[in-house]
Design a protein around this ligand. Structure first.
Ligand code: M6R
Length: 613
């Protein structure tokens, strides 16, 4: 979950490292630090708190080094403190390391190192790594150029768990060694300079050419060269990738917060997701998929597995796929699926959704399905992300970089992509009539314009946010696919406004939770399915009777309008209505958070990519 940056070149490293860390704060922001090689010594500057605190550390502006590593932390082992911040050094300050991930056997390694005379100043799992490197380096009797690399490889062979690490050494002041296992790491190339980062946006303003590292691929980086080695330290070549993302797409662009910018980007991100995959009067086409009728007909069930918001997108996908393809779909939380011993075989298709493509539980769930013989399909926003490299098939949302911790545009793009995938399957299987599919295609193509209409209607949402931001509890109700949106609205509210909320299938309320409704409690209803309008209204009526304050988001004609607030959204097929009905909810949490004076983009305790279990 932590962010990593590195630089080897001819420019002053410190400003580049800090600039990269600032762009990576969404990965963790409880402490930050850098290490550079200055006058043949390792200088470490770090502290708890945000990256901007680094700039006020005494002497940081005097560092002239042109090589360095940097880290922004989301604490796992050891509370946020200066001692626990990265980079960490070995006892002799010969090696400095930053690390993202978790070393599961760190206690064992610590005991081993203590038995060899090493001491520890932090509670982190990471501090074992520079000391292990030092241990193996000291034991190596061959004093050649590869001694540093051999020591890193030997140390990594002892590590259990996940890691992306950068290592520098005062004995090799011109190079940085990096390696990853189940944690992201990329290398960006420049002219007489090379960059390292856990995520592309951190260095997108410097380069568009990247190497995407594989697990256990040891990489030695100098300003003029990048050399890749396998686990036996055999050298190999690697293809470079050009990333099309525009550097400005990773900036705020005049918006107060990334989240607001990303909400407003949705007309365009949806256009990008649709791309050339869906056209009226033509069959849907995915460049990277070639499913046959023969194969699709053998599928006995589809699993959609993901976490958080991506899992909520999966719930909407289930409704669409079941309706159009007549294949049963089970949606599961990745952290549950991976330990459930799920019933899957070679007739099961498992779809994994992950914006970042780096979520540890989702990747582990994918590996499990593969080991049981299922076909796996990844849906991600990040080209070359870990999940896409594990899956049999990958398709991309192309929503552009999503920086805010609260996911917005990725969610709507994921549902659009699932809808197009469902149409693609249905066309191959001939499981739905042409008219149904053509109507849905037309509705999907109209989404960008309709999202624009929803985004033009901000005032009632701002008003409502102002009237409820001091509340302690809220409820979100919906039936059918509106219930899926209720879940997502409730998650958004919790994560950036810190208001407790619950989402319920509207008909379930009277089976218990209605006991919590009393005067002034806020209830938000979503009503977009014409076949369920009356039922839903009755349920909301039940809470009004008990004193609730209500907001309803709907594209239906609502009889007996007793609601305090109604937000009208354009009508569309109820299969894809979540893409429109979620937007007022995204905005509502945003404005509530602003009213409370909170940091919208960096909510407490959270990080953007959850790369640990
Ligand atoms: O990168 P992923 O889509 O795999 O992330 C999954 C969840 O961690 C993520 O959606 C999380 O729930 C968001 N913070 C929600 O806004």
């Amino acid at each position: 979950m932590c962010g990593i940056v590195g630089y080897v070149g001819e420019k002053k490293a410190t400003p580049i490292l800090i600039n990269g860390l600032l762009k990576l704060e969404y990965r963790g922001y409880d402490s930050a630090g850098i290490a550079v090689i200055e006058n043949n010594n390792i200088e470490v500057l770090k502290d708890k708190g945000r990256v901007c605190n680094l700039e006020s550390i005494d002497g940081i502006d005097k560092l002239a080094s042109t090589i360095g590593i940097a880290h922004t932390r989301w604490a796992t082992h050891g509370k946020p403190s200066k001692e626990n911040s990265h980079p960490h050094t070995d006892n002799s300050k010969t090696f400095a390391v930053v690390h993202n991930g978790i070393i599961e056997n760190y206690n064992e390694l610590r005991d081993f190192l203590i038995s060899k005379g090493y001491t520890f100043y932090s509670q982190t799992d990471t501090e074992t790594i520079p000391n292990l490197i030092h241990y193996y380096f000291s034991k190596d009797e061959i004093n050649d150029n590869n001694r540093f690399l051999r020591a890193v490889r030997c140390a990594c062979n002892d590590l259990k768990g996940s890691y992306a690490i950068e290592v520098i050494s005062k004995l090799f002041p011109e190079l940085c060694i990096v390696v990853r296992k189940d944690s992201p790491l990329v290398i960006g190339t420049g002219n007489k300079e090379n960059y390292i980062a856990s995520d592309i946006p951190a260095i997108l303003s410097f380069t568009k050419n990247f190497y995407l590292l594989d697990d256990n691929e040891y990489t030695v980086i100098t300003k003029d060269s990048i050399s890749f080695y396998d686990n036996n330290l055999e050298k190999h070549n690697k293809a470079i990738k050009s990333i099309e993302w525009d550097a400005s797409s990773a900036e705020k662009d005049g918006y107060d917060d990334y989240m607001l910018k990303e909400i407003f980007e949705q007309p365009n991100s949806i256009r990008e997701t649709i791309g050339s995959r869906l056209k009226l009067d033509e069959k849907c086409d995915f460049e990277d998929l070639n499913f046959s009728k023969e194969y699709l007909s053998t599928i006995n069930k589809i699993y959609i597995v993901a976490c958080g918001t991506a899992m909520h997108a999966g719930l909407s996908g289930k409704t669409i796929i079941e309706k159009l393809c007549k294949i049963p779909v089970i949606v599961d939380i990745a952290s549950e699926f991976r330990y459930r011993d799920p019933l899957i075989d070679n007739k099961t298709l498992c779809i994994y959704i992950s914006q970042s493509g780096e979520t540890a539980d989702t990747i582990a769930a994918l590996k499990l399905a593969k080991s049981k013989g299922a076909k796996t399909l990844a849906i991600s926003n990040v080209i070359g992300s870990s999940i896409t490299r594990e899956a049999d098939y990958s398709i991309y949302t192309h929503a552009g970089p999503e920086i805010a911790v609260a996911s917005t545009k990725a969610y709507t793009s994921q549902i659009v992509l699932l809808a197009i995938l469902a149409i693609y399957f249905a066309e191959i299987l001939e499981s739905s009539d042409k008219e149904t599919l053509e109507n849905l295609k037309s509705d999907i193509l109209d989404l960008p314009t309709k999202i624009g209409i929803v985004l033009d209607n901000l005032e009632p949402i701002k008003d409502f946010a102002k009237s409820v931001y001091t509340q302690k509890d809220m409820f979100f109700l919906g039936r059918g696919t509106d219930y899926n949106v209720a879940l997502e609205g409730s998650l958004k509210l919790k994560e950036i406004s810190y208001i407790h909320s619950e989402a319920y299938a509207a008909g379930e309320l009277k089976h218990g939770p209605i006991a919590l409704i009393e005067n002034g409690v806020t209830v938000i209803g979503i009503i977009t399915d014409s076949s369920l309008v009356e039922k839903c209204i009755s349920n909301i009526q039940e809470v009004i009777t008990r004193g609730a304050k209500t907001l309803v988001i709907s594209n239906q004609i609502l009889p007996n309008n007793h609601f305090d607030y109604v937000i009208d959204i354009p009508s569309t097929s109820c299969l894809i209505s979540p893409i429109l009905s979620v937007i007022p909810l995204q905005l509502l949490s945003y404005y509530i958070s602003k009213n409370k004076g909170l940091d919208v983009d960096k909510p407490r305790n959270l990080a953007k990519s959850v790369t640990v279990e």
